[in-house]
Write a protein that binds this ligand. Structure first.
Ligand SMILES: C[S@@+](CC[C@H](N)C(=O)[O-])C[C@H]1O[C@@H](n2cnc3c(N)ncnc32)[C@H](O)[C@@H]1O
Length: 277
């Protein structure tokens, strides 16, 4: 077991920040201890310096280190009013433009968020009778969650899920379902939804993104900014605004905001922002 004193914890805290900009506050040192114990349980590093050197040399270990420090909590149709807004306001007006629609989900975790977007897009096409091509790009820094997302297989307790009514009406369009018992449901995402989404790894703090400026009609950036310092949040937000088309929509998580960013936006409430000129 690795011995961890205050200095060691600080070194780890700095390394996490360097690799992901995830800012672990001093009061969460116990979390660093638990997670580093998980990472190193089958390894025999005798001190933190040795581990940190290995992380600098070995890309795979560096990725495992990042993976162990991300927090991946997510749900289908989390903050469901954003999906209602996408269905009722955003997609009908985009359908009228008769061109492909591009949506970016930039911290997609295990995939429930981009699949909820895909369900909404598919349902919108049906009710508005649109043949529009809708492409969803879903990214995350964590390679493990991306694997789960790509598999599209989930086990959940249906009694604890609260989805929009229309999802229950259409559920067999979106998922193959196997109920093990009333509390345990296995969902397998249908191929047609998977085909709408491209999953790829992206650290939001990479120097460049593989996208063009004003590439996207809609960006979901929910419940990830909270892990970053204010300046880092603002850096990401201004880059995301650069990727968003004029009149495009940005959705943030419930405890996130735009600070005093110098971007003209219309605020619809509930963390829904429209980019103006
Ligand atoms: C709490 S989850 C939010 C998932 C989803 N957006 C939602 O609202 O349900 C936060 C996600 O952000 C990802 N993340 C953290 N730092 C990141 C970074 N620097 N670049 C990209 N993704 C990051 C984590 O791996 C994690 O999956």
């Amino acid at each position: 077991m690795l011995e961890l004193n205050e200095r060691g914890l600080n070194l780890l805290q700095n390394k996490i920040y360097e690799l992901s900009r995830i800012h672990i506050v001093d009061s969460k040192m116990a979390m660093i201890k638990n997670r580093i114990a998980k990472l190193t349980k089958d390894m025999d590093y005798s001190n933190i310096e040795e581990l940190l050197k290995a992380i600098d040399k070995d890309k795979k270990l560096a990725q495992e280190f990042i993976n162990v420090f991300t927090t991946n909590k997510t749900d289908f149709f989390r903050e469901s009013f954003h999906f209602e807004d996408l269905l009722d306001r955003v997609l009908p007006s985009l359908f009228a433009k008769n061109r492909p629609i591009k949506i970016f989900c930039c911290a997609s975790s295990t995939g429930q968020e981009p699949y909820s977007i895909a369900c909404t897009a598919l349902y919108a096409k049906k009710i508005y009778n649109s043949g529009a091509k809708i492409e969803i790009t879903a990214t995350d820094i964590d390679t493990e969650v991306l694997q789960i997302a790509k598999s599209g297989k989930y086990t959940l307790n249906p009694n604890l899920e609260k989805w929009p009514e229309w999802v229950y009406d259409e559920i067999n369009e979106f998922f193959d379902i196997q109920d093990e018992n009333p509390q345990v449901r296995h969902l397998s995402v249908k191929q047609k939804l998977k085909e709408m989404i491209t999953f790829r790894q992206l650290n939001l703090f990479n120097k460049t993104y593989p996208f063009l400026s004003q590439d996207f009609d809609v960006i979901f950036c929910r419940n990830v900014l909270i892990y970053f310092k204010k300046n880092d949040q603002m850096e990401i937000l201004s880059r995301l605004f650069g990727l968003l088309k004029i009149n495009g929509t940005l959705y943030l998580g419930h405890s996130e905001g735009l600070y005093d960013l110098d971007v003209e936006t219309e605020k619809l409430g509930r963390k829904i922002f429209i980019k103006k000129a």
